[in-house]
Design a protein around this ligand. Structure first.
Ligand code: SAM
Length: 240
């Protein structure tokens, strides 16, 4: 099934700025500080970034001293990743079927990709398989509370005031076509329990959980971002 990423690749690349380091508001002001803190401090020597896109977080991992390989099924994004980081290791691949042997990585990262992956249960099994014992799977994702709404978004009044953010059809799993900034892709809504059970069934242990708040950005945008549970960050460890 076409997930829209090949046709949206250029718009996605453009949205990250000329050098690919800008990121959208949520990455820049909410997620990056948490994600970078988790991968810093010499805890990990090597990493696999699953669904690396045009390589933004691989470049950040390398900057934090973690040698990263990025995989992504969208050819135009892998091509852009190689251009932006000619010495990096970027490969075409899908999360559901990783080409790497068991226990290859200290760290596996999924930075807002589980929502894009059709068979997320197979993907989580694969990510756990390629982790070495004691290694960590670090994931950031849109919460199910947000994806159960994001085809409609905020309810506003005539003055444009943001009234509330409705949640509907929360407990089911289903795909949605979403559009923003010239990007049109499929995102999968799943309740939090679907992800938690898949991590537990893969034999992983939860070691970090956060619904991060904005740490920078314009005050008005921050206030609005604090009203909705947009993101979740978790670190799951493969028992040693
Ligand atoms: C929202 S982008 C995130 C890119 C990158 N992680 C970042 O934060 O800049 C989602 C990515 O998931 C990738 N993707 C879609 N289906 C996938 C799959 N089955 N396995 C791995 N990645 C997938 C898309 O090609 C896209 O690059």
């Amino acid at each position: 099934m076409d997930n829209g990423w090949e046709n949206s690749a250029q718009a996605w690349i453009d949205s990250l700025g000329e050098r690919g380091d800008r990121g959208d508001w949520g990455r820049q002001h909410v997620l990056d500080p948490v994600m970078i803190a988790r991968v810093s401090g010499g805890r990990f020597a090597n990493a696999l970034d699953v669904g690396c896109g045009e390589g933004r977080f691989c470049r950040m991992l390398n900057g934090a001293g973690v040698k990263a390989i990025g995989i992504d099924p969208t050819p135009a994004l892998i091509e852009a990743a190689r251009k932006r980081d000619p010495f990096g290791d970027y490969r075409l691949g899908r999360a559901e079927e990783l080409e790497f042997p068991d226990a290859s990585f200290d760290l596996v990262v999924s930075y807002i990709t589980l929502i894009d992956i059709p068979d997320f249960r197979a993907a989580i099994r694969e990510m756990a398989r390629v982790l070495r014992p004691g290694g960590s799977l670090l994931m950031a994702n849109l919460t199910g509370f947000t994806s159960a709404c994001c085809d409609r978004g905020w309810v506003t009044n005539e003055e444009g005031e943001h009234l509330h953010f409705p949640v509907d059809n929360y407990l089911s799993e289903y795909p949605l076509w979403l559009e923003w900034s010239g990007i049109r892709v499929v995102n999968w809504h799943r309740p939090l329990s679907a992800y938690m059970n898949a991590f537990l069934e893969a034999g992983l242990i939860l070691t970090f959980f956060s619904e991060p708040e904005p740490s920078s950005g314009e005050e008005e945008h921050q206030e609005r971002a604090r009203r909705v549970p947009w993101f979740v960050v978790m670190e799951w460890q493969r028992p040693g």
